[in-house]
Write a protein of this length. Structure first.
Length: 315
């Protein structure tokens, strides 16, 4: 079957002259594409692997494109990787949202500038499995966000960590901003757990009318505020342990640290969090025996999941 190919230019009598250029015209069978073999998700990243190109000397480069919608193309996605080495067949896409869906396609470019599309793969980033331990020397396992126009300032502070080289802080230097309502969050998979416990160390400095809290959310369940504090401070590091047993079996449980301030110009140093873990309660198989006596004279974190409760000197 013959096909007539025509290039046609229509010019209005009132339009200025325009120059039309054509170059490197090719009509040929589409060369063989590579196969996008796997897209393996983690908390905030996806590991991608594809088969090597068979174009030989005609090979010019790979371009890996990502989109948050299907039917990835150079028009609806973003290029996240490029290589002129045909042996480069792996890449890790990082800094992704937790629980986000992503679509991928590899375009092999030949010496005729043909963009040869691979198959498309999609995947969703997944929560971490237990036991989860984070020194918080970096924020690699966390994403930040804000509920208003004031940008989130959650980041790693190196000024006074409980252990290691850093800790999470809403104000890594100085004081937090007025009118802030921002958070930092991660997600864990509690499938197959029995008695999971969130544990961390914190210190706090809040101005009048400001507050901080932990929000726990899971699909199909209401958001629960498991620990909170308003105006005031504890300037020394305290250990906090929070019972997560009501979310046992949930595959995607988000743990969010939130701080909100009013519009007053006076603020505090904020919330500092370090040495965080989510793991099975080590005492789950060794319940206390009767009689149980507690004088609350020492640190109750040893015997209780206190979630903000602490001992104080009798008034």
């Amino acid at each position: 079957q013959s096909v007539r190919l025509r290039f046609n230019v229509s010019v209005s009598g009132h339009a200025p002259e325009a120059l039309v250029r054509l170059d490197k015209l090719t009509i040929a069978e589409m060369p063989e594409a590579v196969a996008l073999v796997s897209a393996l998700p983690a908390l905030r990243s996806v590991d991608l692997t594809w088969s090597p190109s068979t174009l030989g000397e005609d090979f010019v480069r790979y371009e890996l494109w990502q989109s948050t919608t299907q039917n990835v193309s150079v028009g609806n996605g973003q290029k996240i990787f490029e290589s002129t080495n045909p042996a480069d067949t792996t890449f890790t896409d990082t800094d992704l949202n937790i629980g986000g869906a992503y679509y991928y396609k590899v375009f092999t470019v030949d010496d005729r500038d043909t963009f040869i599309p691979s198959n498309e793969l999609t995947t969703t980033t997944v929560p971490v499995v237990l036991p989860f331990t984070d020194s918080l020397d970096s924020a690699d396992n966390w994403v930040t966000g804000s509920h208003n126009a004031t940008p989130s300032t959650w980041a790693i502070s190196t000024s006074d960590p409980h252990e290691g080289s850093g800790c999470l802080a809403i104000a890594p230097t100085g004081h937090y901003q007025p009118s802030t309502h921002s958070y930092i969050e991660t997600a864990v998979d509690l499938t197959g757990t029995e008695w999971p416990v969130l544990s961390f160390w914190d210190k706090l400095d809040l101005a009048t009318s400001d507050w901080a809290r932990i929000e726990i959310t899971a699909s199909g369940k209401p958001t629960v505020y498991v620990l909170g504090s308003s105006e005031g401070e504890h300037s020394t590091w305290r250990q906090q342990r929070v019972d997560l047993s009501r979310w046992v079996g949930s595959p995607n449980v988000k743990i969010r640290f939130v701080l909100q301030s009013d519009s007053a110009p006076t603020t505090g140093e904020g919330w500092f969090i370090d040495e965080l873990s989510v793991a099975e309660n080590p005492e789950k198989d060794t319940p206390a025996t009767l009689p149980i006596e507690e004088d609350f004279e020492s640190d109750i974190q040893q015997n209780w999941l206190a979630a903000g409760w602490h001992t104080e000197t009798d008034p």
